[in-house]
Design a protein around this ligand. Structure first.
Ligand code: FES
Ligand code: FES
Length: 411
């Protein structure tokens, strides 16, 4: 057995592997990252495509020991990637998958193609994607989806010329790795310095962590209630200008899309929720009551997910007040949230899970509001609530707490 240490989806992993273990098997069987699929195991079909140090590679013909010290990114590691979010949307819209077996590899390869070559006028998507086989779709939808995203996405600089091709070169190739890794520090698409403005793509603004306080969670008669507060280092007037507008608020909430308000002020929209193995899309409507004098908003809504049969209703009330942080004028946002879940997703109404989840969702929302206030045209986090990363974050937080408690270090 050989001990290897590598970074997988942003997490440092140390493990024992046999010299003949392939990266795909290591990812799936030791790290349980089963989004990487295995088809041919001969490097032909592309189902196992992952990113290694910023370049795509076939994990079925890459030895795990060769990745010692490398940075590996699987399909699960792209949950927060704006370009991948656009590709996923386009794949859904263009019906670019049927059984979905080839899809993780198609997405990773397509993202790589767009990053490198979207500015090439004669880009031949069919040829470029010919290393990824699909038994179901006939490719038309896949090509259409990639064309759609290519039309709006920027290219990135070419990787260093001394880069390796194919499977990872092992620990001996550190300089090339370091150079490749340097280009991959941001998960957002980067454009060449001389290429000028890019159509339809605003620059990303670095996210700032905003601390969110979550009050006690109570569950009574099926309704879950809690309070949530955070402070934004922006004047109260600026924050209210954003938070009085439901469309702008929705744009900061992961997973939420709002239709333009109707003439009667009613709101309609859709909330995508993906928690571990469960995904749901709630369609529904609601009302809002705004008090500009008190800078207070109350939004009520209800919706259902036809696929899972889950129903949800809820009420969010938030009020702004002035505060000061390190002598900067700031705004405190106090929220009272109550909701009811029925159906398969009702298990997420349990108070212990809610507290973990809402803290993370609230932090993502607060961070997006902060980013939007700093740069109104900035690119925000992808509009997907949770996904694997959220659930894993929750679980990881719990495991960490348990370990700290066992060591007598928990608060
Ligand atoms: Fe790796 Fe087919 S499983 S290329
Ligand atoms: Fe089934 Fe591609 S969607 S193999």
């Amino acid at each position: 057995m050989t001990t290897i240490t590598l970074e997988v989806n942003g997490r440092i992993v140390t493990a024992e592997v046999t010299p003949r273990t392939h990266l795909a098997d290591f990812l799936r069987e030791q790290l349980m990252l089963t989004g990487t699929h295995i088809g041919c195991e001969h490097g032909v079909c592309g189902a196992c495509t992952v990113e290694i140090d910023g370049e795509i590679a076939r994990s079925c013909i890459t030895f795990a020991v060769a990745c010692d010290g490398a940075r590996v990114r699987t399909i699960e590691g792209f949950d927060d990637d704006p370009l991948m979010a656009r590709l996923r949307d386009a794949f859904a819209t263009s019906h670019a998958l049927q059984c979905g077996y080839c899809t993780p590899g198609q997405l990773v390869a397509a993202r790589d193609l767009i990053r490198r070559k979207s500015s090439e006028p004669d880009l031949d998507i069919r040829t470029e994607m010919s290393g990824n086989l699909c038994r179901c779709t006939g490719y038309a939808g896949i090509v259409e989806a990639i064309e759609t995203v290519t039309a709006e996405a920027p290219a990135v600089p070419a990787l260093p010329t001394e880069r390796w091709a194919g499977p990872a070169p092992g620990p001996g190739a550190q300089p090339a790795r370091a150079a490749a890794t340097a280009l991959m520090v941001s998960s957002s698409p980067v454009r060449p310095p001389s290429s000028g403005p890019v159509r339809g793509v605003a620059p990303a603004v670095p996210a700032r962590q905003i601390k969110v306080e979550v009050g006690p969670v109570t569950v009574e008669n099926g309704e879950t209630r809690f309070t949530q507060s955070f402070v934004l280092e922006h004047p109260r007037g600026d924050v209210w200008t954003l938070m009085r507008d439901p469309a702008r608020v929705a744009a900061c909430m992961p997973g939420l899309a709002l239709d333009p308000p109707g003439a009667d002020g009613r709101l309609a929209g859709r909330m995508e929720v993906k928690l571990g193995p469960i995904s749901a899309g709630f369609s529904g409507d609601g009302t809002m009551v705004r008090d500009d004098g008190a800078q207070r908003m109350v939004i009520e809504g209800r919706g259902s997910d036809r696929k899972s049969g889950s129903r949800a209703s809820g009420r969010v009330e938030y009020t702004l007040s002035e505060t000061v942080t390190t002598s900067v004028p700031a705004t405190r946002v106090d929220c009272v949230i109550a909701f009811t879940l029925q159906g398969p997703l009702a298990q997420f109404g349990r108070s212990d899970l809610v507290r973990d989840l809402v803290g993370r969702i609230g932090a993502a929302f607060a961070s997006n509001v902060d980013a939007r206030l700093r740069a109104p045209d900035a690119t925000l986090a992808p509009a997907e609530l949770g996904g694997v990363s959220l659930m894993l974050g929750v679980l990881w937080g719990r495991i960490r707490q348990a370990v700290l408690r066992a060591l007598g270090r928990a608060s």
